[in-house]
Design a protein around this ligand. Structure first.
Ligand code: 13P
Ligand code: SF4
Length: 314
C-alpha cells in the first residue's frame, strides 16, 4: 500500500500516518520530550505492558528500547509491532544471554530454581522464566513466589538486591547491571546534596546500594511522578535517565527537579533510548519497519510468565 502524507510538519506527519495505520504510539519515560508530547501513552515498563495488552489498535509503534517492543509483540501476536530503531538495545538485556541462562539452569537442575526475570531481557530469557517483573512490581512478584523454591533473579543484580532488602527474601542474583544507573556514585550524589541541602533524592532501583542508601525514595519511573506530587520538598534530585525530567517538569511544574550528576557527567542519558528520533519514528510508520518478528515457539513460552506478572500485579 502506498501511503501519501500531506503535512509538512514532522509531528503532523507522524500523527497523520498514525491515523492511517490505526496505530497506537507507546512511549517510555526516557524518550526525548518531543516524542513524549505526541504519544498516546507515556509511562514505565509496567504501564506500557498494560497499555499494549489492552489496545485495540492494529499497529503498535513503540518508542523505547527493543525488549519493550518485543514484550508488546509477545502479548499481541496478531498485531504489527514496529519501532524506530531496531538497534535500540539495553545493557541489562545484553548481560544475560538466553543460551547462557539455559546452560546455567541445566547445570543447577537439582536446585529447581524459580526464575524471576526483570522485563529488561530478551524473549529467549523470558521464555526460560517462571515470572516476569518490572521495577514497579518486583517486590510484589517476589513476595508471591513459592516459599519452598530458591529464587534466581535475572539479570539486574542491583534491582535484585534492592528487592531482597525490601522483602527479606534471599535470592541468587545474575550479575548484570544497567550501564547508566551504575554511573551514579556515593561521591557524585554527596556533591549534589551539598549544593542542595534541603532537596530530596529519588533514585531508580537499578542504582547501586551506595546510592540507594542515600535516597529518600527508590522507585520505578512511574512512581517518581506520584512521589514528586505528594512530596513537601521544593527541590528534588532525580537519579535516573534524563528523559524522566521532561514528564516531571510538565506534570509537577511547581517543583524544581535537579538531574543527579554521575562521576563524569552533569546528567545521564541512555544511548539506546536516545537512538529514537522524530524522523526515524515517521519513517518507521511510513515503511512499517523495522517490525518485531518472533519465532512462535519462543513467543508462546515467553507469554506465560508475562501473563502471570500482569495477573499478579493487577
Ligand atoms: P521503568 O520500568 O522504571 O521505567 O524502568 C525501565 C528502565 O529501563 C530503567 O532503566
Ligand atoms: Fe537498559 Fe539502562 Fe537504558 Fe534502561 S537505562 S534501557 S536499563 S541500558
Amino acid at each position: 500500500m502506498v501511503t501519501t502524507i500531506n503535512s509538512s510538519n514532522i509531528k503532523d506527519q507522524i500523527l497523520e500516518l498514525k491515523e492511517q495505520r490505526n496505530a497506537i504510539l507507546l512511549v517510555h519515560n526516557y524518550q526525548i520530550g518531543e516524542i513524549q508530547d505526541i504519544a498516546d501513552y507515556v509511562g514505565d515498563s509496567l504501564g506500557l505492558a498494560y497499555q499494549a495488552k489492552s489496545t485495540d489498535a492494529d499497529t503498535i509503534v513503540f518508542c523505547g528500547v527493543h525488549f519493550m517492543a518485543e514484550t508488546a509483540k509477545i502479548i499481541n501476536p496478531n498485531k504489527t509491532v514496529i519501532l524506530p530503531d531496531k538497534d535500540a538495545g539495553c545493557s541489562l538485556e545484553q548481560s544475560c544471554d538466553g543460551h547462557q541462562l539455559e546452560s546455567f539452569l541445566k547445570e543447577n537442575e537439582e536446585k529447581n530454581y524459580y526464575v524471576v526475570a526483570y522485563i529488561n531481557c530478551s524473549a529467549h530469557v523470558k521464555s526460560l522464566s517462571d515470572c516476569i517483573c518490572t521495577s514497579g512490581n518486583a517486590v510484589k512478584i517476589v513476595e508471591s513466589a513459592p516459599e519452598d523454591r530458591p529464587i534466581l533473579f535475572v539479570p539486574d543484580q542491583n534491582l535484585g538486591s534492592w528487592v531482597m532488602e525490601q522483602t527479606g527474601r534471599k535470592m541468587d542474583l545474575w550479575q548484570g547491571s544497567c550501564y547508566v544507573h551504575v554511573e551514579y556514585t556515593r561521591e557524585s550524589i554527596l556533591k549534589i546534596r551539598e549544593q542542595y541541602p534541603d532537596a530530596e533524592l529519588v533514585s531508580h532501583p537499578e542504582c547501586t546500594y551506595a546510592v540507594r542508601m542515600l535516597s529518600d525514595e527508590v522507585c520505578s519511573t512511574e512512581k517518581m511522578i506520584g512521589y514528586a506530587k505528594q512530596s513537601d520538598a521544593k527541590n528534588i534530585i532525580i537519579a535516573t535517565e534524563n528523559g524522566m525530567l521532561h514528564r516531571l517538569r510538565k506534570e509537577v511544574p511547581e517543583k524544581n527537579f535537579i538531574p543527579a550528576p554521575t562521576q563524569n557527567c552533569a546528567c545521564s542519558e541512555c544511548r539506546y533510548m536516545k537512538m529514537n528520533t522524530l524522523e526515524k519514528l515517521r519513517d518507521c510508520l511510513q515503511s512499517m519497519s523495522p517490525e518485531v518478528i518472533l519465532s512462535e515457539d519462543i513467543r508462546i513460552r515467553a507469554e506465560r510468565p508475562i501473563q502471570k506478572m500482569l495477573e499478579l500485579s493487577s
